[in-house]
Design a protein around this ligand. Structure first.
Ligand code: HSE
Length: 384
């Protein structure tokens, strides 16, 4: 089998490296030699012998010898052309492109089906964690009821470093960037959009439905201050960027936002660039997937596993329901901090200097906001 890798950034380099180092073992495992024919990128990197470098992706997708195109440039423009042109040329596709699949998954999966080729995208969610293969294969007996977790390595890394090493937000972001965790546009990580892409893909597979991505309203970690992290800790919580999807009346609820989680929970103890995905299925109940969510070889490991799946002729069906509505999940417990004493019922109250902090029981956000009208406050969801 011959493949072409398009995109020689952090992950692309990792894929070339693993494929060349593990060549013999992989060939034995799948009983076929995987030949990396092309490495395509804007800038040439040092390549092992025998791999053709090109700047022109068309050379790869139009070569009749290429069986699998590995798209690793990301984004929703050229990457989409690369994937669709590969599919029309009857090539299998492997991609890590969460943004593209979250926005245009329906069109891409339909094109793949019509052209009788496979598309695998394990690296798009949870870095090296084999969560999509589990959803599509091991979990198949179940109807998914809820999916939740930490799906962005960058923001989890930043929050962890701010807490453990007392670093500033900017210092932690710089380290995450040096380690290759951060998107080309860091706002995607920091504003919860990357986590939204990933929960949208998990929700699509879990609830077997195409949900319009633009209906999701993510928020990120920019509003998380050290003060709130410290107060949350004193009250027995840690603040994490939590992505959640569940069935709600009339559609699916999808939410991404900074959330307080009990220090005793598993999720609260997922630190650094690690991700966690909890899936609740009606037969198996709760399953938890945990591992590194970002990084060169971590993500490349998932890409290589997908390349192997194309040879093994695995099939992931994507004939999903259309027209499903997406709603924010607004019924929750909440943490509120204000400089005023607030006229609300609460489960817990704490005060420190000029800060009054309340944990309130499950309530609709609109109702809570009505009660808080006229007051200045900071508000986060509380999970569990
Ligand atoms: N920027 C992403 C993250 C990379 O931090 O999780 C992996 O998808």
């Amino acid at each position: 089998m011959k493949i072409g890798v398009i995109g020689l950034g952090t992950v692309g380099f990792g894929v070339v490296d693993i494929l060349s180092k593990e060549k013999d073992r992989l060939a034995k495992a799948i009983q076929e030699e995987v030949v990396l024919k092309y490495a395509c990128g804007l800038e040439e990197i040092e390549l092992p012998e025998g791999i053709l470098y090109t700047k022109d992706y068309k050379e790869v997708v139009n070569d009749p010898e290429v069986d699998v195109v590995v798209e690793l440039i990301g984004g929703t423009t050229i990457a989409k052309s690369i994937i669709l042109e590969s599919i029309y040329n009857k090539k299998h596709v492997v991609t890590a492109n969460k943004a593209l699949l979250a926005h245009d998954g329906k069109e891409i999966f339909k094109a793949a089906k019509e052209n009788n080729v496979h598309i695998f995208y394990e690296a798009s969610v949870g870095g090296g964690i084999p969560v999509l293969v589990s959803q599509k294969e091991s979990f198949i007996a179940n109807n998914t009821l809820e999916i939740a977790g930490i799906l962005n390595g960058t923001t989890n890394f930043i929050l962890s470093l701010m807490e453990k090493d007392n670093l500033s937000f900017e210092e932690a972001l710089q380290i995450a960037s040096d380690l290759g965790y951060v998107e080309a546009n860091p706002a995607l990580d920091l504003d919860g959009v990357d986590a939204a892409h990933k929960i949208a893909i998990l929700a699509m597979n879990g609830f077997e439905t195409y949900a319009p991505f633009d209906d999701i309203q993510p928020s990120g970690i920019r509003n998380v201050t050290k003060l709130d992290m410290d107060i949350a800790f004193k009250l027995g919580y840690r603040i994490k960027l939590i992505a959640q999807a569940k069935l709600v009346p009339g559609g699916i609820g999808i939410d991404v936002g900074a959330t307080l989680v009990s220090l005793e929970s598993l999720v609260a103890n997922v630190m650094g660039s690690y991700n966690v995905v909890e899936i609740n299925g009606d037969y198996v109940n709760d399953i938890v997937y945990y591992g590194r969510g970002a990084g060169r070889h971590v993500t490349a490991s998932a890409v290589v596993s997908d390349i192997m799946k194309t040879v093994q002729e695995r099939r992931w069906n994507h004939d999903y329901k259309e027209g499903t509505k997406v709603f924010p999940i607004t019924l929750s417990k909440y943490y509120i901090r204000s400089s005023s004493v607030l006229p609300i019922e609460f489960l817990e109250y704490y005060s420190e200097k000029d800060n009054h902090v309340y944990i309130v029981d499950e309530i609709e956000l609109s109702k809570l906001k009505q009660k808080l009208e006229g007051f200045e406050y900071v508000l986060f969801k509380v999970r569990g």
